[in-house]
Design a protein around this ligand. Structure first.
Ligand SMILES: CC(C)[C@H](C(=O)O)[C@@H](O)C(=O)O
Ligand code: SF4
Length: 474
């Protein structure tokens, strides 16, 4: 038998039928549903008089439109309220398992799937959301789908798909203290660009990836889509298996043993063919900060902003000029001199318990029991746990107290300030250090300016009022 990549194996395992042009029918094991991309899908189902094909494959939650402040009075904004109510009604009507807004298991769809064991190795996982790539951290084939595909999956439990090419991104060595998964993935995007992974499924491998926790691996795979790939993957190992054990949707008993035996085969065979290979040296990766309006516009904390006058390529030069203008930044300015107005620690990239711990540790380190609070130029610093369970865990560890004592707001779970679809947003002209994954113009609110960073870097920026090198704190 020929050697196969992890992607090849997952693909082969789920293909039901392949047409001559390569279009395949893929069986879908898990369908995650949120309020933004499901209403028309349910409507389509109703119009066709169809039912949900396999109820137990679906898990739904509202996350984009939920308020992150007190929810007892419901949702004030009528558009957001309608979206959330519509999902509730659709799930109730069809009998789909859903964590409603006030359920303590509610949270961002990409946080709750893995947390519940609804995402497991070897699965195909889809959701009407581009950051479904997150779930590839489990050795699952996971990617976003459009609303018409959501309807197709609800109705048939299958998806029409074409196989992508295989890319291997190998990160070898050890990262420096203070450098984490977010820095790794931003450095990858800085290297290959936002179109670098287009047409590929990326497998992240190498000792630096293996050394990551599941939380860190999810951060990396979450941003595969920002590198242009619909799906990112990481091979299954003990870290994966230990994480899955004992979760509500995970198998148990004999089924667990059988599952683990299969999961252990979920890695690329030695000598398997990759269409492209990229290598990074982990030890060279420094804390990353995006400076522009695309995740590939990224530099390290030690760097200075680009100077368009020194760029010979006219297209690149105008892109730099435009980004600097939008971001209101001068060429050659030191990244460490950029002052921010707001800080957002959250999103499906960085709102898991490890992220909360990482940020709290930095706050604690800088405050050092002195009662020091966020810098005076910080208008708002939000910490938004990814799920009610993350929130409860963080509170059990006293992390909320560290944040609150330093002047951070400790919120209810949701997408929050990652995108301007709820009450949390940037005002025009405001600059934010954000642990999210997208920084295009207006992403966090019209006229808002986003710098993507790790939780440690965001926490440090809140305390100091500008970007600082967290390696000094590690
Ligand atoms: C609303 C949703 C369709 C969207 C996505 O697909 O990613 C959102 O989650 C985002 O991050 O921009
Ligand atoms: S947290 Fe942000 S990136 Fe993630 S699903 Fe929500 S809006 Fe999309």
């Amino acid at each position: 038998m020929t050697q196969r990549t992890l992607y090849d194996k997952l693909w082969d395992e789920h293909v039901v039928h392949t047409e001559e042009d390569g279009t395949a029918v893929l069986y879908i094991d898990r369908h995650l549903v949120h309020e933004v991309t499901s209403p028309q899908a349910f409507e389509g189902l109703d119009l066709a008089g169809r039912k949900v094909w396999r109820l137990s494959a679906n898990l739904a939650v509202s996350d984009h439109n939920v308020p992150t402040t007190d929810r007892s009075a419901g949702i004030a904004d009528p558009v957001s309220r309608l979206q959330v109510d519509t999902l509730d009604k659709n799930c109730d009507r069809h009998g789909i398992t859903q964590f409603k807004m006030n359920d303590r298991r509610q949270g961002i769809v990409h946080v709750i799937g893995p947390e519940q064991g609804a995402t497991l190795p070897g699965m195909t996982v889809v959701c009407g959301d581009s950051h479904t790539s997150t779930h590839g951290a489990f050795g699952a084939l996971a990617h976003g789908i459009g609303t018409s595909e959501v309807e197709h999956v609800l109705a048939t439990q299958t998806l029409l798909a074409k196989k992508a090419k295989n890319m291997l991104i190998r990160v070898e060595g050890q990262v420096l203290p203070g450098v984490g998964a977010k820095d790794i993935v931003l450095a990858i995007i800085g290297k290959i660009g936002t179109a670098g992974g287009t047409g590929y499924t990326i497998e992240f491998a190498g000792s630096a990836i293996r050394a990551l926790t599941m939380e860190g691996r999810m951060t990396v795979c979450n941003m595969a889509i920002e590198a242009g790939a619909r799906a990112g993957l990481i091979a299954v190992d003990d870290t994966t298996i230990n994480y899955c054990k004992g979760r509500p949707f995970s198998p148990s008993g004999v089924e667990w043993d059988l599952a683990v035996a299969y999961w252990r085969t979920l890695h690329s065979d030695a000598g398997a063919h990759f269409d492209a290979v990229v290598e990074l040296d982990a030890a060279q990766i420094r804390p990353q900060v995006t400076w522009g309006t695309s995740p590939e516009m990224v530099l390290s904390i030690e760097d200075r902003l680009p100077d368009p006058d020194r760029e010979r390529d006219a297209v690149k030069r105008s892109a730099i000029e435009r980004a600097l203008t939008y971001m209101a930044l001068e060429p050659n300015k030191a990244i460490a001199d950029i002052r921010v107005d707001k800080v957002f620690i959250g999103s499906c990239t960085n709102s898991r318990i490890e992220d909360m711990r990482e940020a709290a540790a930095v706050v604690k380190r800088i405050a050092g029991g002195s009662g020091r609070r966020v810098a005076s130029n910080i208008r708002q610093a939000l910490v938004v746990p990814g799920s009610g369970l993350v929130k409860a865990q963080a509170e059990a560890e006293g992390l909320d107290k560290i944040f609150k004592a330093a002047g951070f707001e400790w919120r209810e779970p949701g997408c929050s300030m990652c995108l301007a679809m709820n009450a949390d947003r940037l005002e025009p002209g405001e600059r934010c250090a954000s642990t999210s994954n997208r920084n295009f113009e207006g992403r966090q609110g019209a006229g808002g300016r986003t710098h993507l960073v790790s939780p440690a870097m965001a926490a440090a920026a809140a305390m100091e009022g500008h970007f600082v090198d967290v390696r000094r704190l590690a």
